[in-house]
Design a protein around this ligand. Structure first.
Ligand SMILES: Cc1cc2nc3c(=O)[nH]c(=O)nc-3n(C[C@H](O)[C@H](O)[C@H](O)COP(=O)(O)OP(=O)(O)OC[C@H]3O[C@@H](n4cnc5c(N)ncnc54)[C@H](O)[C@@H]3O)c2cc1C
Length: 413
């Protein structure tokens, strides 16, 4: 491949986005709506796409503002649940420690709530939007296999739905492939951080916990078996419980139906068995790529950073990467800036990944799992005082809703 001779025609003057998850789709929408052509590659076929698990979905206010800018929010609101509050519970005593209300930040955002809308719903709606846009060359069933880059562009080898391969050319290539990014690995970029020894089991049940005082989003601390409890819109509605698991336990025994039923009954005993509609086991990582870019290949979303889901920040921060990067690519394509903007993207978003998303999610987990009774009590008192003091509650909510992280990113030059 002749370095520097790759982008040979106007047709190749495009961005190749790898992965039609929330991050790849948001980036694609941002670029095509600004007049930049995109080739969007996705491993899953059209038939496989709607069969993905639902996964994440607590969408914070600033993310909702971004969705609104792209025309995506109005498609999601009807498919989600508006959650103005969230609660911390003490499982040992079965009591609320503190409740936080987004109303305290209503002057800072037109969306003072979280929208509980799962990843798959976001992807389905965004995919429908990119599919009908003339500037998006959408290729489902088309995994990125490898790539080479030169001074002017990138050649991507892509699998085709019939089992063959072809080459796609572009000016830049963005990996929004998720945590197992082929691009990050082939660039030899280290994924620094650690993996928690205890996995998280998700158990979905059709039972309405709101009648016991739970809000749509609940963080439940316990030194033995901490939990999160979230409500998701159906039909049929489900409540998903994320439980801590014993690091030594094997997968089959954790996912065993009776074990899952026992976990639910330990949390809230019932006369009848819970109607368990789904179970899933996750390994949780806290990792950030050592660099977000090498030449014309750029990382965004889970390809660049992964974290514990406590606090619902992974997808949100990936969407923030996509909007930040999209803005910079648009300026480069329009001749309004140089590739220094891509270094700025890395400085801004990598700093936020480390100082905000990693720091916050690690401390969120510590708060739920703290075993020392004195420290637990101190933490709970602190949370209570924060919720009761309007000034502190507002600062807390600006951080929890990720507004602070965007302000911090904007201040990095
Ligand atoms: C249990 C759980 C709960 C969570 N809850 C939340 C939450 O409430 N809020 C939140 O913000 N985050 C949450 N997260 C994290 C969130 O799911 C991820 O951060 C988010 O999905 C990352 O989006 P992404 O687009 O970067 O990658 P992904 O969602 O992983 O999407 C990557 C896409 O790329 C495709 N792909 C992969 N490799 C290739 C290839 N070589 N070629 C072409 N296509 C490829 C994949 O098929 C996929 O469609 C949660 C995660 C878990 C596990």
């Amino acid at each position: 491949m002749a370095a520097g001779g790759m982008v040979s025609s106007a047709k190749d003057n495009r961005v190749i986005v790898v992965g039609a998850g929330p991050v790849g789709l948001v980036l694609t929408l941002k670029l095509i709506q600004s007049g930049l052509p995109v080739t969007l590659l996705e491993t899953l076929t059209e038939a496989e796409f709607p069969k993905q698990m639902h996964r994440a979905g607590s969408n914070h206010p600033v993310t909702l503002e971004m969705f609104a800018e792209l025309g995506l929010y109005e498609r999601l609101e009807a498919r989600g649940l508006i959650a103005p509050t969230f609660q911390y519970w003490d499982r040992q005593h079965g009591k609320i420690i503190a409740e936080f209300d987004h109303a305290v930040i209503k002057d800072a955002t037109p969306y003072p709530f979280v929208l509980q809308c799962e990843r798959l719903k976001i992807c389905e709606e965004a995919l429908a939007m990119v599919a009908e846009h003339e500037l998006c060359d959408l290729r489902l069933g088309s995994p990125l296999v490898s790539f080479e880059q030169g001074a002017d562009g990138v050649d991507a080898r892509v699998g085709t739905p019939d089992g063959g391969q072809e080459t796609v050319r572009g000016r830049y290539l963005v990996s929004a492939e998720g945590a197992r990014s082929v691009v990050r690995k082939s660039l030899g970029i280290e994924f620094e951080g650690f993996t928690y020894p205890d996995r998280t089991i998700n158990i979905s049940v059709s039972y309405d916990f709101s009648k016991h005082g739970y809000s749509h989003r609940n963080y439940i601390s316990d030194p033995g078996e901490w939990m999160n409890l979230f409500h998701w819109k159906g039909p049929p509605d489900v409540w998903r419980v994320h439980f801590h698991t014993d690091p030594g336990a094997d997968e089959a025994s954790l996912l065993d139906r009776q074990n899952c039923q026992d976990m639910m009954q330990r949390f809230m005993p019932m006369d009848v068995p819970y109607d368990i509609v789904g179970t899933r086991l996750f390994t949780i990582h806290q990792r950030v790529a050592k660099s977000f870019r090498k030449g014309r290949a750029i990382l965004a979303g889970d390809a660049a950073h992964v974290n514990s889901p406590i606090g619902g920040m992974g997808m949100n921060s990936g969407v923030h990467d996509a909007m930040n990067l999209g803005d910079k690519l648009i300026r480069i394509f329009r001749g309004e800036g140089t590739e220094d903007l891509l270094d700025l993207y890395e400085r801004q978003r990598r700093t936020i990944a480390i100082e905000h998303t990693q720091a916050q999610t690690i401390s969120n987990k510590k708060l739920l799992t703290e075993a020392d009774p004195a420290v637990r009590q101190k933490n709970h008192d602190e949370l209570r005082r924060t919720a009761e003091d309007p000034k502190r509650a507002r600062e807390f909510m600006l951080r929890a809703s990720m507004i602070t992280s965007l302000q911090q990113a904007a201040a990095i030059g």
